[in-house]
Design a protein. Structure first.
Ligand code: SF4
Lengths: 228, 181
């Protein structure tokens, strides 16, 4: 089979190829999971939604409000998110607190892709929604949703700590309505929307295009050579 | 200590009398041109060739004692690129000086960057300032130990604070096509 099935489970849409019918028995784990999920999902989601651990990620002034919301006056631990993890491997969510520049974009993309599934992004502040007051700047990414998928938008410059709590509650609502099976059916890992080159600050598609062009050229050259 | 700031309108092309530091340099045989004071601070322009010696003298002499380099910055004037040095004194806060080195745009060959001597070898504080000026204004500092872009990504195209800089528009920032770029 040329197609790779990343999601595991039955693949091929649950159908067995005709010629294997006699020899292979499929254990359909997915069906069991689907049946169980009606009972398990509410409990699991409740647990997950009340322990959304954010990544320690702050690039400018919004990060001050993010720190403030972690301190005792606003106390994000009332909602189970007090554990700011310093590594993406242990976090569930990124609060993109601050302006994302072209130089920071590759780092943010790496961090996002290092988060284990399920992962969430809260775009905090005008800067990460549209570019904010740096909208016209040569170096600023106009909205973090241009590089990674966003779950909750939190406007403000900077948003008040209560705003962050509100956005967190919104995210918790979203998590509670999720279904494990639906997530599992998705045959791909969540990846960045587009990639940015670290050295030049440019979107990587053109770079990839040139590489592909070079490969094509090479293949063509090889083909031409075999005629001799 | 400093001269009483005489506010001179710009249209007076009259030669200004040499200030305290201009006089000091003149006594050492280094020519300088006095410009209009900037915020009450003596401002002089020296030739690019004299700049290194002049700053060395101003830094090390006990008479001037300008031993603190506040900033190195760049300026894109209509006729020239200027490299500007703000000096100050730890020992005598009254002393302050702005030194300007003007690099005429007419003398710069096509496709080349203007250049001045780096002062980083004897004034380590200039290191990152010169890198920043190189990054944003495109003035090369000859003799700098590590002249590489400091704020922008390393392979960035162009120097963003120049007047003729054309902003790159790609998928990361095409949200606002009506902007004043
Ligand atoms: S949205 Fe405002 S407060 Fe937040 S990072 Fe941008 S400028 Fe700073």
């Amino acid at each position: 089979m040329s197609e790779t099935n990343y999601a595991g489970g039955t693949g091929n849409g649950g159908k067995l190829p005709e010629e294997l019918k006699d020899t292979v028995t499929l254990t359909n784990l997915d069906m069991m999971v689907e049946a169980m999920s009606k009972i398990v999902d509410p409990i699991a989601n409740w647990a997950r939604s009340n322990s959304v651990w954010p990544l320690t990620f702050g690039t400018s002034c919004c990060a001050i409000e993010m720190m403030s919301v972690g301190m005792s006056a606003f106390d994000i631990s009332r909602f189970g998110s007090e554990v700011f993890r310093a590594t993406p491997r242990q976090a569930d969510m990124i609060i993109t607190a601050g302006t994302i520049t072209r130089k920071m974009a590759p780092a943010l993309i790496t961090l996002y892709e290092q988060l284990p599934e399920p992962k969430y992004v809260m775009a905090m502040g005008a800067c990460t929604i549209t570019g904010g007051m740096f909208n016209d700047s040569y170096s600023v990414v106009q909205g973090v949703d241009r590089i990674i998928p966003v779950d909750v938008y939190l406007p403000g410059c900077p948003p008040r700590p209560e705003g962050i709590l509100d956005a967190l509650l919104k995210l918790q609502q979203k998590i509670r309505t999720e279904s494990y099976v639906e997530r599992r059916k998705r045959r791909y890992a969540q990846t960045a929307v587009r990639y940015v080159d670290y050295d030049s600050g440019l979107v990587i598609d053109p770079v990839r295009a040139t590489v592909e062009q070079a490969i094509d050229d090479m293949e063509e050259a090889m083909n031409n050579r075999s005629e001799f | 200590m400093t001269e009483p700031a005489a506010p001179k309108p710009a249209e007076q092309p009259k030669e200004l009398p040499a200030g305290q530091f201009g006089q000091f340099l003149k006594d050492l045989g280094i020519g300088s041109k006095r410009l209009a004071d900037s915020c009450g601070v003596e401002t002089i322009e020296v030739a690019a060739a004299d700049m290194e010696v002049a700053l060395k003298r101003l830094k090390n002499s006990s008479e001037t004692g300008l031993n603190l380099l506040i900033t190195v910055s760049g300026l894109d004037s209509p006729e020239s690129f200027d490299s500007v040095y703000h000096l100050w004194s730890y020992t005598d806060p009254e002393k302050e000086l702005v030194v300007k080195v003007s690099l005429g745009k007419a003398t710069i060959p096509e496709g080349k960057l203007p250049y001045v001597t780096s002062i980083t070898p004897f004034w380590a504080a200039a290191n990152w300032h010169e890198r920043e000026t190189y990054d944003l204004m495109g003035i090369r500092y000859i003799g700098h130990p590590y002249l590489r872009r400091i704020l922008n990504p390393w392979d960035w195209e162009g120097h963003p604070l120049r007047r003729d800089y054309k902003q790159l528009i790609d998928a990361l920032n095409d949200k606002n096509p009506q902007s004043f770029r």
